[in-house]
Design a protein around this ligand. Structure first.
Ligand SMILES: NC(=O)c1ccc[n+]([C@@H]2O[C@H](COP(=O)([O-])OP(=O)(O)OC[C@H]3O[C@@H](n4cnc5c(N)ncnc54)[C@H](OP(=O)(O)O)[C@@H]3O)[C@@H](O)[C@H]2O)c1
Length: 409
């Protein structure tokens, strides 16, 4: 998976940032790995896919901006029209044009930033950008198709000026994100980082009344080990006017009281049961009750916090242990299977379901037993959000780490 944000490419403008003509750099035929995905998007948008797409860059000898490359084709209908195809989460950096643009979205959704105004546009809606207005966009998680409504010929005349000094779109700015276990540790870190991006954040925790959460967060009571509390969640959200959720981060989790000491020959079965109840059944229950709200949202992204300790393949090697951490490992491995099940069953509905290892992080859990964790909450959360920003249904059912690495099951 490509994570664009981890290594943002700097635009190399030709000295003074002058306007540059957009040019077709190459054509993409069926032999190109991008062709099938682009043809699928074009079909989903209701077009007859072309025999080849044009790849549009902007004078690459003057600018290195792989992120700006997108695909296009022209319809062969009575009214010839330019159709643009963006891959999931593809970004077009801030720029201006020397003519007014009018586009209609025919598949997917897009976050658009026009002269500092952020909006999310969905299929059927239109984008109108006046000459000279600074704008950028980021395609939705399922990809994006839109057509130009100004007619043939406009494209050839257009000049584009990219603006490296203008702030780029943040990935979660328009998203409603629900985080479980937000009172401390990684959950709290997610809440703070998402708020900083401008997201609407629902911070759920067991005791919101006695928990100091950031004031911009919407605090909601949720004990993931309590079925009644889970059952009340949709109504509690509705009371706050929340009827859609774009991203669910199933972060709440526990380990046994003596974590990481928990040998399988002697561990308490009741501990294993408790940890399983929270880490597996809690995650499943919360995801189930939120599915209608997630379906009504745009991203359709569900993230289950996992751990490198969940890997069956690495069960005899992680953190110098051959086995051990029994209740935690068993629960996290089961949770990974939940990701595989949900990911498979919700794939046709455009969902992305991921198991995400945060790495070994300095939190109450990560530091338990006197361990010194190599990562801070901020480092881990920033990495996970970069990975999640780029994730699409093609990644569904994967076990990923905070740095984008895919882990063995
Ligand atoms: N830290 C690491 O190195 C590491 C590594 C791999 C995976 N993880 C995973 O990352 C997630 C966050 O861990 P962390 O390190 O931030 O742990 P932490 O500091 O111990 O925080 C755990 C969070 O989960 C909440 N929680 C526990 N049981 C809950 C319940 N029944 N209902 C609602 N919330 C509940 C806690 O809320 P209270 O304040 O109410 O207890 C707390 O907010 C966990 O799923 C963990 O398994 C962590």
């Amino acid at each position: 998976m490509t994570v664009h944000e981890s290594t943002p490419k700097r635009l190399k403008l030709d000295g003074d940032g002058k306007a540059q003509k957009m040019t077709v750099n190459s054509t993409i035929g069926p032999q190109d790995p991008r062709f099938a995905a682009a043809a699928q998007l074009a079909t989903a948008a209701g077009y007859e896919p072309p025999s080849e797409f044009s790849e549009i860059h902007c004078t690459p000898h003057k600018a290195s901006w792989l992120e700006n490359g997108f695909l296009q084709f022209f319809t062969t209908n009575e009214i010839r029209c330019r159709v643009l195809v963006y891959m999931p989460r593809q970004e077009l950096q801030p720029h201006t044009h020397d003519l007014t643009e009018d586009f209609k979205i025919t598949y997917g959704w897009v976050d658009s930033l026009c002269d500092g105004n952020l909006c999310r546009l969905r299929c059927g809606e239109s984008i109108h950008v006046e000459t000279g207005v600074k704008h950028s966009l980021r395609a939705g998680r399922q990809g994006l198709v839109f057509e130009e409504t100004v007619g043939e010929g406009a494209f050839a005349k257009r000049s584009t000026t990219f603006l490296p000094e203008v702030a780029r779109l943040q990935s979660f700015s328009s998203a409603t994100v629900l985080v479980t276990g937000a009172s401390r540790g990684l959950g709290r870190g997610f809440v703070e980082a998402l708020l900083a991006q401008g997201a609407k954040v629902v911070a759920t925790c067991r005791s919101p009344a006695s928990t100091k959460l950031p004031p911009e967060a919407l605090a909601v009571q949720l004990d993931v080990a309590d079925e009644e509390s889970i059952g009340l969640l949709p109504q509690r959200l509705a009371d706050l006017g929340i009827t859609t959720v774009d991203v669910l981060i199933n972060n709440a989790g526990i380990s046994n009281p003596t974590h990481p000491v928990d040998p399988s020959p002697t561990c308490k079965v009741s501990d294993v049961r408790d940890v399983f109840e929270t880490n597996v059944l809690g995650t499943l229950g919360v995801t189930q009750v939120l599915l209608p709200l997630l379906r009504a949202g745009d991203d359709h992204l569900v993230v289950n916090l996992s751990s490198q300790l969940a890997s069956l393949t690495n069960a005899w090697s992680v953190q110098g242990r051959r086995g051990g951490c029994t209740s935690y490992r068993v629960s996290r491995a089961a949770n990974n299977m939940l990701v595989r099940c949900l990911g498979g069953e919700l794939l046709d509905d455009g969902f992305t379901v991921l198991a995400m290892s945060p790495g070994h992080v300095a939190t109450d859990m990560g530091s338990a037993g006197g361990r010194v964790a190599p990562l801070t909450v901020e480092e881990s959360v920033a990495g996970m959000l970069r990975v999640l920003a780029a994730a699409s249904p093609q990644d569904s059912g994967k076990f990923l780490q905070y740095d984008g690495q895919e882990l063995p099951w």
